[in-house]
Design a binder for this molecule. Structure first.
Ligand SMILES: [Zn+2]
Length: 312
């Protein structure tokens, strides 16, 4: 089984833990040893930015988690590496290929030149906001629900220029449509489900799903209980229902996974990266053809990142 997962908070969680936990054998949703069964594993590791950390402290917060990820790559060179080029993305590697992302545009501290320095660090996706507002615009829980600020608009253009994925998960509805208007490249919702099935505002409306699909972007299915079912008690089958719904709206080429591992409480019958094999089996048992399951688990995201992000 191949896997290309658009979102986890594992590095942030491990880096934040006292005493220092390594990625190899921690008890988190993701560990390198429990994921070793995956044939070709490409995983986006997010640096989560708390909304209240701003300015210079935001930069320091980011650098602490970034340095942790780089230390892990030096510590486990056979099992973990950071991917920065299309060539290394497509190379065979018997371990986890990490792509860096940042969850929260506060990481820029309001300075446009920071987009380039993140790119130089290997960051290839930025989630523009977390739940509240920041220098780029309003998140989905911000009271006024405004769209992007002038600075946020500049950031989208700079990310387009550098070929970084613009991520609208967590963004306000108005912000979503600003991105749709401004971005010259297909954009992603790295970890969001369908609002029609679970009415949490973090999920996407039908119109948003259709917009992303039409533009050739990506939607990563989120395993967070509260985004799967309104009663907050979902099982793995609820992930299949969201997948089924997206597919019914023409998402065959834009659907992928955005597990949100180590950032949330996941579906009740899942425990972590080892459960990906069960989910894969669950799709096959429902008579999905294997080509489509591969698309969802890996091929769609691999195609998107090869075509729009890593093409040199
Ligand atoms: Zn998130």
């Amino acid at each position: 089984m191949d896997l290309f997962d658009l979102h986890c908070d594992t590095a942030y969680e491990c880096a934040s833990q006292l005493g220092g936990v390594d990625l190899m054998k921690g008890a988190h949703h993701i560990s390198l040893s429990r994921g070793a069964y995956i044939h070709r594993w490409r995983q986006i590791f997010a640096v989560f930015m708390p909304d209240e950390v701003r300015g210079v402290p935001a930069i320091a917060h980011y650098e602490r988690v970034r340095d942790y990820i780089y230390r892990q790559a030096r510590m486990f060179p056979e099992d973990f590496r950071i991917v920065k080029t299309g060539r290394s993305l497509s190379e065979d590697f018997d371990g986890c290929s990490a792509i860096l992302s940042v969850e929260g545009g506060s990481v820029l501290a309001g300075r446009i030149e920071r987009v380039q320095s993140l790119y130089d660090d290997g960051v290839r996706l930025i989630t523009l906001t977390w739940n509240d507002s920041n220098e780029l615009g309003d998140g989905i829980r911000a009271k006024k629900g405004r769209g992007l600020t002038p600075f946020g608009r500049k950031v989208v253009k700079e990310m387009n220029r550098l070929r970084m994925a613009v991520d609208v998960s967590h963004l306000s509805d108005a912000g979503f449509y600003d991105v749709a208007e401004i971005s010259s490249a297909p954009f992603v919702a790295s970890h969001s489900n369908a609002r029609a099935l679970c009415c949490n505002l973090r999920n996407l409306t039908d119109e948003m799903i259709d917009t992303i699909a039409r533009r050739g972007g990506m939607i990563g299915l989120n395993f967070f209980r509260e985004f799967l079912r309104d009663d907050g008690e979902p099982h793995m089958t609820d992930i299949l229902l969201h997948a089924e719904y997206m597919l019914s709206r023409g998402c065959e080429d834009c659907l992928c996974l955005g597990s949100d591992f180590d950032g949330c409480d996941i579906a009740l019958d899942m425990t972590g990266v080892e459960s990906m094999a069960d989910l894969y089996e669950a799709f096959l048992r429902l008579n999905y053809n294997e080509e489509l399951v591969r698309k969802i688990f890996s091929d769609n995201a691999a195609r998107y990142f090869t075509k729009y992000i890593f093409e040199e």
